[in-house]
Design a protein around this ligand. Structure first.
Ligand code: SF4
Length: 210
């Protein structure tokens, strides 16, 4: 018999919420611009690593103009401990230049505008919608990709398709926290290698327990 998809998904959500509690943004920030910079820095890098570097960075670069006018060599040095620091420095500077030139110095809060900024893809734009602007958004990272496939919700690695399927089947008020909860579960239990299916809280609802 076909399972009622929406109820099944909400059941998973509820169990994960009971397990991990209400989730805050994993990247430390005090305003939308700081979150944008941290999100650019976090590509292929752990949030913990970004959170180690970002407080010092935000003491030095206090606003969009400070980043836009930064000397790229100096900024590269400031974020050198983070992977891909050359490309990330360039993206941060160019994104901030564009924010000044096209958006009046203020980070826009619409998906269509956010994805025009250098270094901002759909995942990062969704992170910004959720955590900087309190709007619905479902960021799909590698944990979310893996989890949604393993539990049997999707059969695709395509992040946009995953986002659309989730958006269709769970109310938008849950999008942001559902993504956070899946990430927490991916880190704690459903790891890429050696998932702990034996002790998994959603084992009975997971299609592909290993
Ligand atoms: S049962 Fe295993 S595969 Fe399914 S969500 Fe839990 S840890 Fe992941």
């Amino acid at each position: 018999m076909k399972r009622p998809l929406k109820k099944w998904l909400l059941d998973i959500y509820r169990i994960l919420e009971d397990t991990y509690g209400v989730q805050q943004c994993f990247l430390k920030h005090e305003d939308p611009l700081q979150l944008m910079v941290s999100a650019i820095l976090s590509a292929q890098c752990t949030d913990a690593n970004v959170n180690r570097v970002s407080p010092g960075l935000f003491r030095k670069y206090r606003n969009v103009r400070d980043f836009a006018e930064a000397d790229i060599k100096v900024l590269q040095k400031d974020i050198k401990s983070i992977g891909l620091f050359r490309a990330k420095s360039k993206n941060i500077i160019n994104a901030c230049k564009k924010i000044i030139k096209e958006f009046g110095g203020k980070l826009p809060s619409e998906m269509e505008k956010l994805v025009t900024l250098p270094g901002i893809g759909r995942k990062t734009a969704n992170v910004l919608l959720c955590h900087a602007f309190d709007k619905p958004g479902f960021p799909v990272d590698t944990h979310v990709q893996r989890l949604t496939n393993r539990i049997g919700l999707v059969k695709t690695e395509n992040p946009v398709k995953i986002e659309m399927i989730v958006n269709k089947n769970i109310s938008e008020e849950y999008w942001c926290s559902f993504s956070q909860l899946l990430i927490s579960h991916g880190r704690a239990r459903c790891r890429a290698r050696n998932p702990d299916c034996e002790h998994c809280e959603i084992r009975n609802l997971c299609e592909k327990k290993i």
